[in-house]
Design a protein around this ligand. Sequence first.
Ligand code: BG6
Ligand code: MG
Length: 223
Amino acid sequence: MTLQAIIFDLDGVITDTAHFHYLAWKELADELGVPFDEAFNEQLKGVSRMDSLELILERGNLTMSAEDKERYAAQKNTHYVKLLENLTPTDILPGIAELLTDLKERGLRCALASVSKNAPTVLKALDLLDTFDFVVDAAILKNSKPDPEIFVRACSGLGISVNEAVGIEDAQAGIESINRAGIISVGIGSGLKHADMTLAGTSLLSLGLLDQLYQTIVSRETI
Ligand code: BG6
Ligand code: MG
């Protein structure tokens, strides 16, 4: 078996929009009087907009009508989209452009597995819209990460099986999602559990390293 594709998360892997999500949620949480810090924000990473709002409300012991939830979620999104206005290709995280070029040269494919409905806007700002062979449509997902749905859909979209890919994520929910899909997982950042390999930052990513990880795990499993 050989590695056929790399499946990327977007926010926090391709570019640091995870920080923009943090800023936009923090402003809303402050308005609602709900304590909000980086540690709590970790729980929101990889989680859909409405599920994130539910977690914030739960933390603040707040209840709200469906209409108000829609309004606050839209308010957070407006703030987030505003922050995206300054995004340019220079905001692609270190090592990512090289990895994308290398995998194309080697004939591998790549997919994007982001639960963000703003993913196409972010890809456009980074000039990466045509780079991915398949982008999962966040609007049709039934379940947020850590459910495996998004990574399974990414493999189907590429026409490969889950044991032919490596997935890259910066969130704990994302790592669980990759693992539950039966895909080899790579975590970016610190404090991530259960990843097959964890790297401190994207600059440490290389196709050689991912291929080596894939070969090691596949040969171990076929013994
Ligand atoms: C994920 C982020 O990629 O997308 C989450 O990690 C975010 O923080 C989620 O809530 C949904 O994004 P959006 O852009 O649809 O609100
Ligand atoms: Mg992420």
